[in-house]
Design a protein around this ligand. Structure first.
Ligand code: ACO
Length: 322
């Protein structure tokens, strides 16, 4: 399997750290030194499905395929205003696609899980061209009176088209039950038989625990996938990691003893966009011509659950007609 098209879309509204100090006991210096985040884009006028459609259309267009050539659509999404229908069902017709579609909730590692599943479909000839779209609005999970979580996230969408080819070298996805360190609960309707009233509970996160779990899990994934493929850190040209916190990325980089230039980041501009983060990064780098043809990329992400994923791929340059 290989990536042949990319796209991304971000909300228009840019929120600077200083704009948060009007209603949160926080500061630009705390947020930048602890996380690296300087701004985030937040949904205000647009809807998440609109972002998903824009990013997916751009990915299809750059792939050189027609929407009718897509024979499977996978959306990575943690939550949006619809529980049903799925986000993939909502965007399918507006995209002009006519194929099976499904949503996947792999938290911030959803894109890696979607890639792993797409590879299984393609290698068994169940599908040839698969569109993967990650669209996330984590800003809507937070309690905006809580500085511990709300400053960290941004909204956005990213997409890739994958097809038969020899780009991907290997995948590793893992899961481990740590459901208490990061969760967001939504209330369901009560029934005559179950009268326990559940309340929606905005995102709860034990930041320090998540930080430690994330660093440990990512290092394990990266070490394991490198070793399994007889590679060392030096063989990787670029590490595209989940954009949650610059200090998490630095810890992984230090462990690998690799130079900063190999770890491009954009979390400074967008905050943590959950499973969309690596896709937005790939699309930006690729459109700016910053991913050399035939370079080897290592992707790695972690998310609530706790789930993680990593993949190694050889990159084939994509031509964009603007
Ligand atoms: N502004 C100012 N002060 C704050 C803020 C804020 N926004 N948030 C917390 N603080 C305070 C705390 O109250 C605490 O104060 P105290 O010392 O008086 O008790 C102090 O800052 C230190 O708090 P810590 O939580 O220990 O700070 P830490 O250095 O661990 O940084 C952070 C917190 C940024 C959340 C870090 O732990 C982190 O990045 N964790 C991982 C988060 C993450 O990646 N989440 C997503 C992963 S999965 C996914 O992507 C959905």
């Amino acid at each position: 399997m290989k990536i042949i098209g990319t796209g991304s879309a971000l909300p228009e509204k840019v929120v600077y750290n200083d704009m948060l100090t009007g209603f949160l006991d926080t500061s630009d210096s705390w947020i930048t030194t602890r996380t690296g985040i300087q701004t985030r884009h937040l949904l205000s006028k647009e809807t998440l499905s609109e972002l998903a459609i824009t990013s997916a259309s751009a990915a299809i267009q750059s792939s050189g395929l027609q929407p009718s050539d897509i024979d499977y659509l996978i959306c990575s999404n943690v939550a949006n205003s619809y529980v049903t229908p799925s986000l993939s069902s909502i965007i399918l017709s507006p995209l002009g696609c006519c194929c099976p579609c499904t949503d996947l909730n792999g938290a911030c590692a959803g894109f890696l899980y979607a890639l792993d599943i797409a590879d299984a479909f393609i290698s068994t000839h169940r599908a040839k061209n698969i569109l993967i779209v990650a669209a996330e609005e984590p800003s809507r999970f937070c309690n905006w009176h809580e500085r511990e979580t709300s400053v960290l996230f941004g909204d956005g969408a990213g997409a890739v088209v994958v097809t038969e080819g020899n780009g991907f070298v290997d995948f590793r996805v893992t899961a481990d039950t740590h459901t208490d360190v990061l969760y967001y609960k939504r209330s369901l309707e009560t029934t005559p038989y179950d009268r326990v009233e559940e309340k929606t509970m905005p995102l709860v996160m034990q930041g320090r625990e998540v930080f430690k779990l994330a660093v440990r899990a990512c290092i394990k994934d990266v070490d394991t996938i490198l070793e399994k493929n007889n590679l060392t850190g030096d063989d990787i040209d670029m590490y595209l990691l989940h954009q949650a916190n610059l200090r998490i990325i630095d810890s992984i980089r230090e462990h690998l003893g690799q130079p900063k230039e190999k770890f491009p980041t954009n979390l400074q501009k967008y905050g943590n966009t959950s499973s969309a983060s690596i896709l937005i990064l790939i699309d930006e780098l690729s459109r700016e011509g910053l991913i050399p043809d035939q370079s080897t990329l290592l992707l790695s992400a972690f998310g609530g659950g706790f789930v993680t994923g990593a993949a190694i791929t050889k990159w084939s340059k994509i031509e964009y007609n603007s």
